[in-house]
Design a protein around this ligand. Structure first.
Ligand code: PMP
Length: 455
């Protein structure tokens, strides 16, 4: 142990030894890393004691807010009783089994099983294999291709990043792997042209049908999409989109997979995003809000249609992780779900704080720099624009987004920038006053960025 904890030169140690995800390391080491030391409610505090309203819930995940003693206590109890055991070879632990029961109880009648993982990426790799195993088991082994979307995000593992449609990720490591193809995204603001949102929603949904025709229905296993695209910039599909996708998947006999890693556990004001949009997927990867990020855990909700085949036809699914159903992570998740239920956080997002946030967020559209301000539940996207009337974009979108993000940070608010879109997803426990504070600081950051852009 160093003499003091934490050591005073933590940033230098970090620069010397720690490679960060999704970070330009040369720039980060030159700028110096931000060190977050403590969290309470919707706030986090850095090593200089500066307070930030975390408008992004960590990474879309701290749904119940920071500093909940109940979780720490549940974790300590489980650590003392049984810190680890696996779920392979015919064993389980109490929290793993009870968690499987609890999660599926919120997922609707068709979901009675879950396969547990440690992350959203692993969950995506899991269903990707499971879907192919399913089709082979029902006598359609040629159904292997998965159709995903440009600008989707499904994780950083090889299958996850391939399913995702992020070009800058595909460019590193020769992705996507074979058997994964991408169609367009329902991003009306950026790509809708002269079509109305409703027309555009139908048009991009029908790209799925065209792609199935091109590939041959007998070769397509599944279609995967986030109910609302998160990392792409909180892209809320036009209302015509999901019903048409659902119709096509049913008509063409391909599995529908909704990636609920962000949208699950109340973010949209429903337990799962697919419930909000009224569609019934066959498989659904989850993570993040499952434990509110307190410990790493994810999984795949498996509908009876697939589970029955896995159980009765496949027998052994040769897949799993050392930490599948980790007892301490499962205990944290169970306590997290107990809190979400007890505090009625899902209903709160749907009926109370979601609409309140929506109104405050929508008002930001008045700003000269904002082309659209959209939200759903407690998820908001803000399009920065060079000219509102023409929906025109800045030449260097990343710089505009970063400018607003940095001004927000300097004023005590964490927002994320994805190119020229600002993203918000605060903890579900955020109060009305804290929503007002968020909107106030966001407006101040927009003003400061606008002034800088004009000069
Ligand atoms: N799917 C979606 C929709 C996500 O947003 C993410 C993470 N942001 C993932 C999958 C990957 O999850 P993880 O980072 O836990 O692997």
């Amino acid at each position: 142990m160093p003499d003091t904890y934490p050591p005073s030169n933590l940033a230098a140690i970090d620069a010397a030894h720690h490679l960060h995800p999704f970070a330009d390391m040369k720039k980060l080491n030159a700028d110096g890393v931000r060190i977050i030391q403590r969290g309470e409610g919707v706030y986090v505090f850095d090593d200089h004691g500066r307070k930030y309203l975390d408008g992004f819930a960590g990474l879309w995940c701290v749904n119940i807010g920071y500093g909940r003693r109940e979780i720490a206590e549940a974790v300590a109890r489980q650590m003392n009783e049984l810190p680890y055991y696996n779920t392979f070879f015919g064993t389980t632990s109490t929290p793993a089994t009870l968690l499987a029961q609890k999660v599926t109880s919120h997922a609707g009648e068709r979901f009675n099983h879950i396969f547990l993982t440690s992350s959203g990426s692993e969950a995506n790799d899991t269903w990707f294999r499971m879907a192919r195993v399913y089709w082979s088991a029902v006598g359609k082994p040629s159904k292997k291709i998965v159709i995903a979307r440009k600008n989707g995000y499904h994780g950083s593992t090889v299958a996850g990043a391939s399913l995702g449609g992020m070009k800058f990720m595909h460019e590193q490591g020769d992705l996507p792997i074979p058997g994964i193809v991408h169609i367009g995204q329902p991003y009306w603001y950026g790509e809708g042209g002269d079509l109305s949102p409703a027309e555009f929603g139908l048009k991009v949904a029908r790209e799925l049908e065209a792609k199935i025709d091109e590939l041959g229905e007998e070769n397509v296993a599944a279609f995967v999409a986030e109910p609302v695209q998160g990392a792409a910039g909180v892209i809320i599909p036009p209302e015509t989109y999901w019903p048409e996708i659902y119709r096509i998947c049913k008509a063409r006999n391909i599995l529908l997979v909704t990636d609920e890693v962000i949208c699950g556990f109340g973010r949209l004001g429903a337990w799962f995003g697919h419930q909000h949009f009224g569609v019934e997927p066959d498989l659904a990867p989850i993570a993040k809000g499952l434990s509110s990020g307190y410990l790493p855990i994810g999984g795949v909700l498996v509908s009876d249609k697939i589970a029955d085949v896995l159980i009765t036809e496949v027998g052994e699914f040769n897949h799993g992780f050392t930490y599948s159903g980790h007892p301490v992570c499962a205990a944290a998740a169970l306590e997290n779900l107990r809190i979400i239920e007890e505090e009625k956080l899902v209903e709160r997002v749907r009926d109370n704080i979601g609409p309140y946030f929506g109104k405050a967020w929508a008002a930001l559209a008045e700003h000269d720099l904002v082309g659209e301000a959209v939200s759903i539940g407690l998820m908001g996207g803000l399009q920065l624009t060079a000219d509102k009337s023409t929906r025109s974009r800045y030449e260097k979108p990343d710089q505009v987004g970063a400018l607003v993000r940095n001004h927000a940070l300097a004023n005590g608010l964490v927002l994320r920038a994805t190119g020229d879109r600002m993203l918000a997803s605060p903890p579900l426990v955020i109060s009305h006053a804290e929503v007002d504070e968020m909107a106030r600081i966001a407006r101040r950051a927009l003003d400061a960025a606008w002034k800088e852009l004009k000069s």
